[in-house]
Design a binder for this molecule. Structure first.
Ligand code: G3P
Ligand code: MG
Length: 245
């Protein structure tokens, strides 16, 4: 396996659930808890701005409505992405990918960028996020680009072949090893319930690192660390993380 320079612990969506997910405030809180690696979800506005949002629609985590794919960044930038969480975060905006890149580089943090396309936007999102990542991290330890969508990862590979990629799996679907090989990944990231010592060893034998999402239980983390896991994505930034293992 190639050298692996990323930390073991990654804070999910910035700081999991203690701050509004996928906002700069969440990254700051995760950093305050000692995290030096983060996962976040990135998609594109109608006019091609890369920004952070998990869902295909705006309602759950902002005061917007409908699909973000139908709005330009100028409209998305005016939304409140914090009030839904709690009053201290009122008026927290949706962050541009570029702002998160600046935060990570200023604080020597590693980023796992989950390419999270709006439906039908897989190839455009994969290519644009990869190009933006290459531009933003030029010369620095690059972010790990991941996706559940092979089409998005293929577009990222074609746009910026040198950026590291990881295939995300919520189930071990037929043909996933062949897909991972074709995408020339450096890692496979699975639901933690799919991961065990045998799968870790199988991944390592292929030269792929083994990561899991989303582990919020200390005993699960201990078992996976004993089994040789390379990365753990967690919501529980106040209970698990760099200080706990
Ligand atoms: O990066 C994988 C992790 O984030 C799990 O997926 O749905 O929380 O973005 P999701
Ligand atoms: Mg994610």
């Amino acid at each position: 396996m190639k050298p692996w320079l990323y930390p073991l612990w990654l804070a999910h969506r910035g700081a999991g659930k203690l701050a509004p997910e996928n906002t700069l405030a969440a990254f700051r809180l995760g950093g305050d808890f000692g995290f030096r690696a983060f996962e976040c979800d990135v998609k594109l506005s109608r006019d091609g701005e890369a920004f952070l949002l998990h869902d295909d629609t705006l309602e759950r985590t902002s005061n917007g409505q409908g699909s973000p794919a139908g709005l330009d960044w100028a409209a998305l930038a005016r939304l409140d992405a914090g009030s839904w969480h709690s009053p201290p975060y009122a008026a927290e905006p949706l962050p541009r990918f570029a702002q998160i890149a600046a935060f990570c580089q200023a604080n020597a943090c590693m980023l796992n960028v989950e390419i999270k396309p709006c439906p039908g936007d897989e190839a455009r999102t994969g290519a644009a996020v990869a190009r933006e990542a290459a531009r933003l991290w030029a010369g620095a330890l690059p972010p790990l680009l991941s996706s559940f969508k092979p089409e998005a990862l293929a577009a990222a590979r074609d746009a910026e072949p040198a950026l590291p990629r990881a295939l995300l799996l919520e189930e071990l679907w037929h043909g996933w090893p062949e897909a991972a090989a074709a995408l020339d990944v450096v890692a496979v990231i699975t639901d933690w319930q799919l991961m065990d010592r045998a799968l870790i060893e199988r991944l390592h034998a292929r030269g792929w690192r083994a990561l899991v999402y989303t582990v919020n239980d200390a005993s699960v983390a201990e078992r996976l660390i004993a089994d040789g896991i390379d990365g753990i994505i967690t919501d529980a930034v106040d209970r698990l993380g760099p200080g706990s293992s």
